[in-house]
Design a protein around this ligand. Structure first.
Ligand code: TGC
Ligand code: FAD
Length: 390
């Protein structure tokens, strides 16, 4: 009998992370274990989350916009941010989504492209979790191809008037501020929209079978009048929103592995307890072959994530490289989650265990922030020089 070790311990990936980043990851893991795990199945089942309370707690934990500098943000390494995403998603993809959208999309857009006035008004409150943000890019008819967006902002004197709608927007109905991308006479521009502005509404999307512990909404703009100062001055064209997506996709490279790790840990523990034909399920070769293959994919994904983290910390990470990580790690994580579900048999379909919840969540993760096919096409373009999107 040998002493068992976890899949990631076998890979020794902890040794690739410095003490400071590891301590941050452990603090996030403890927060998730103490404050999320006891409630998550109930939140998922009822499709309700205490978003405001969670945002405040996550602000206190220091993970909102944690890799940004200044304006109340923690200014950690990119690797620490990735590891935090991993630990949050080990709890639930919905929790990581809340943090991704807040920090990597809404806050990052303002941090990178906003005026000093916009940064000072929103970033400290968002970092503290006192204000929630959302990011409106996708429209009902334009998801993978945001260049076709129809939402428009037209000048009226010094003001802007916004009309149109966005679809599938995380945090939409609970947000205090929406970063909205719209077509103008000057191309695609971003706008900082306080959600209390007349003409703004955000009906929640119901009946989701995935990311149930996350608020997803439509955004509707009916003659939403904004001051001239609402536009993000430094974001011009589609590269404005796409640059924000790189940040959130990077978090998902790590995050998805958290869900996979939780599934694999759960399945291994279950198989050790579950007696089948008079011996533990873990002691059958067919089971161990599954675990060996899943361990390899989890570990390889972690090595890729840490490599991309190092590149990002060195300021060298390209958007094509982010696509490598997003495609591989989400695709492998959902495969791991589904395989782990088989190990649990009928118990695998119950919310008593996290496995099918993670698998269902990963269906959204596979689709948002660029579908797998879009990332395949990005990688295809990188290695052939030929565009195949259109
Ligand atoms: P294309 O002509 O390639 O590019 C237009 C301009 O953008 C630049 N660019 C990028 N810049 C930064 N980062 C990137 N990743 C970039 N990709 C392209 C490009 O250089 C160009 O700049 P310029 O200055 O020359 O104008 O654009 P395209 O229309 O051909 O589209 C390319 C494509 C298909 C890759 C892009 O549209 C795409 O990524 N589509 C997927 C859309 C997507 O991912 N949507 C996500 C919405 S947000 C979300 O899902 C949040 S869920 C979060 C959660 O809950 O966790
Ligand atoms: P489509 O673009 O219609 O794609 C349908 C299928 O066609 C996919 O399989 C796709 O890969 C494939 N396809 C597309 N183009 C090609 C091509 N050129 N070649 C071959 N196949 C192709 N968006 C936001 O802006 N903000 C958010 O906060 C946000 N949160 C989300 C939360 C959830 C839970 C979900 C599910 C989505 C969220 N989204 C958000 C939207 C998400 O980004 C889009 O769903 C995604 O970009 C895909 O767009 P679509 O759903 O319109 O699919």
């Amino acid at each position: 009998m040998v002493t068992a070790q976890t899949p990631l311990n076998l890979f020794g990936t902890d040794d690739l992370v410095n003490a400071e980043d590891r301590a941050i990851a452990l603090a996030v893991r403890k927060y998730v274990d103490d404050n999320v795990r006891p409630h998550i199945a109930g939140w998922f089942e009822s499709a309700t989350i205490p978003a405001r309370e969670l945002a405040k707690e996550l602000g206190d934990l220091g993970v909102l916009g944690m890799h940004l500098e200044g304006y109340g943000c923690a200014g950690t390494s990119a690797t620490a941010y990735g590891l935090a995403c991993l630990e949050l998603e080990a709890g639930d993809s919905g929790l990581r989504s809340l943090v991704s959208v807040q920090g990597s999309l809404a806050m990052f857009a303002i941090w990178r492209s906003g005026s000093e006035e916009q940064k000072n008004e929103w970033l400290p409150r968002m970092a503290a979790g006192d204000a929630i943000g959302c990011f409106g890019l996708t429209e009902p008819d334009f998801g993978s191809n945001p260049a076709g967006m129809r939402t428009s902002a037209r000048r009226d004197g010094d003001d802007w008037v916004l009309n149109g709608s966005k679809m599938w927007i995380t945090n939409g109905s609970v947000a205090d501020v929406a970063v909205v991308w719209a077509r103008t006479d000057d191309g695609i521009r971003g706008f900082v929209v306080p959600t209390e502005t007349p003409g703004f509404s955000a009906p929640e999307i119901k009946q989701k079978l995935s990311l149930r512990a996350s608020v997803t909404s439509e955004l509707v703009f009916e003659d939403v009048r904004l001051p001239g100062s609402a536009m993000l001055p430094e974001a011009r064209g589609l590269s404005g929103p796409l640059s924000c997506l790189n940040e959130a996709r990077y978090g998902i490279v790590f995050g998805a592995l958290g869900a996979a790790r939780d599934c694999l840990d759960t399945a291994i523990a279950y198989s050790l307890d579950r007696m089948i034909f008079d011996k533990p399920l873990a002691a059958y070769q067919a089971t161990q072959l599954k675990f060996a293959d899943m361990t390899l994919e989890l570990g390889k994904g972690m090595l890729l994530a840490l490599h991309l983290g190092r590149l990002k910390d060195a300021g060298k990470l390209s958007s094509d490289q982010v696509s490598l990580g997003k495609l591989n790690n989400v695709r492998e994580s959902i495969a791991i989650a589904r395989e782990c579900r088989t190990v649990l048999g009928a118990n695998g379909i119950s919310l008593e265990y996290p496995v099918l919840r993670h698998a269902n969540n990963l269906e959204s993760v596979l689709t948002y922030e660029g579908t797998s096919e879009i990332h395949q096409l990005v990688i295809g373009r990188a290695v052939t020089g030929q565009e195949a999107f259109r």
